[in-house]
Design a protein around this ligand. Structure first.
Ligand code: ADP
Ligand code: MG
Length: 353
């Protein structure tokens, strides 16, 4: 049996071991690697260490050095800008464990951040050490590892507040046992939050002060974005054991061009203003459009990725709101796509989709 999606520390175990073996810089207490080596793990070294994140080096340096201080790290950005991805890889590189994870939702209870109880044991023996069920955050404190909280701003404010003591005192009181768990060296926390959720459950200023914020941008250039999509699509294709479909780069570039133009409200040549659709057209969505297209091409096509394989996916990604987005898409299709001579295959496929 093989797991569908290995954790970063397992999938990249070899790279992490290589980096650890060659790493002669000082490591902060509890860290598996030096900050330098963690940055190399994320950005790649052009040889045996593959790049995980494509973007400004400085952002990753700030993120990594924050983790070596007593402040926690908040990764902020629009959906699909690799917040979750970067957080997982940072935890894997720093602690060798990316699994101490709390998924934030409107229903996240305080137990997910502090601790809960095994009720059978609680009823039988009362509150004891054995009846306590530690949260991922508590386990990270005990082990001196990185804890991750996804989508922090979706968590109700009173539950968020449970983090204040953890981050300021580095301690989690357990009044029922008249004790506390003190964080071991190496403990820290990475939270992610969506830019667009701002206002949903905005972080209290007391909590915000405990974080350094790093904003992950959408890719600066079309080339960067094509690289991100191509790299990830290839990885996913291998993991899913899709038959090899070569030379998909042209089609990837087209998906990225459509997304960037609509997102930015302007054609690549700067000549035509466009309306932007309601959804975010992020690299993550381009990755999923191309991967779906590859599955179509591999299983039902002639083994080459063609316009018809991505057209429906693109339309689905753009048209999230059936009324206003449809207007935006029609206009783009008829005024931009149609006028591009080498895009006629795509025009036909998209019109039919
Ligand atoms: N700058 C980037 N560098 C590398 N991969 C990226 C980048 N931006 C997006 N991705 C890819 O997008 C996918 C989705 O990112 P994710 O971390 O889920 O986004 P978020 O949590 O910000 O919504 C990931 O698989 C990642 O590979
Ligand atoms: Mg995410």
């Amino acid at each position: 049996m093989t797991v569908l999606r290995p954790h970063a520390e397992d999938q990249y175990a070899e790279e992490l071991a290589l980096l650890a073996a060659a790493d002669d810089r000082p490591r902060p207490p509890g860290w598996r690697l030096s900050p330098q080596a963690v940055v190399t793990y994320l950005l790649g070294d052009g040889a045996k260490v593959s790049p995980k994140y494509v973007g400004p080096r400085r952002l990753i340096e700030v993120a990594v050095s924050t983790l070596a201080t007593d402040r926690a790290l908040l990764l902020l950005g629009v959906p699909g800008t690799a917040k979750t991805w970067v957080s997982e890889h940072l935890a894997a590189a720093v602690s060798g464990n990316s699994t101490l994870l709390v998924q934030g939702t409107a229903g996240t209870p305080e137990e997910a951040i502090r601790y809960g109880w095994n009720y059978a044991r609680l009823l039988a023996d009362g509150p004891t050490e054995a009846a306590l069920v530690p949260s991922p955050v508590m386990r990270a404190m005990q082990r001196g590892a990185i804890a991750r909280v996804e989508e922090l701003t979706r968590v109700p404010s009173d539950v968020q507040d449970a983090l204040i003591t953890v981050l300021s005192e580095k301690s989690l009181p357990v009044p029922e046992l008249n004790t506390e768990v003190q964080a071991q060296r190496g403990f820290n926390l990475i939270a992610t939050a969506n830019d667009r959720d701002r206002g949903v459950n905005e972080l209290s200023s007391a909590l915000r002060r405990r974080f350094n914020t790093v904003v992950l941008p959408v890719p600066a250039s079309a080339d960067d974005e094509v690289e991100i999509v191509a790299r990830r699509v290839a990885q996913l294709g291998r993991a899913l054991e899709l038959p090899e479909v070569p030379a998909a780069l042209d089609e990837i570039r087209r998906v990225v061009t459509v997304f960037r133009e609509l997102r930015g409200g302007l054609t690549e040549d700067g000549r035509t203003k466009l309306k932007s659709p309601t959804g975010t057209l992020s690299p993550a969505e381009a990755i999923s459009v191309v991967t779906n297209g590859l599955a179509l091409a591999a299983h039902f096509g002639d083994g080459r990725l063609r316009a018809a394989d991505v057209a429906a996916g693109i339309v689905g990604a753009v048209v999230k709101d059936p009324v206003s987005d449809r207007v935006v898409w029609r206009e783009y299709l008829e005024t931009v796509v149609r006028e591009r001579p080498d895009w006629s295959d795509f025009y036909r496929a998209a019109r039919d989709a």
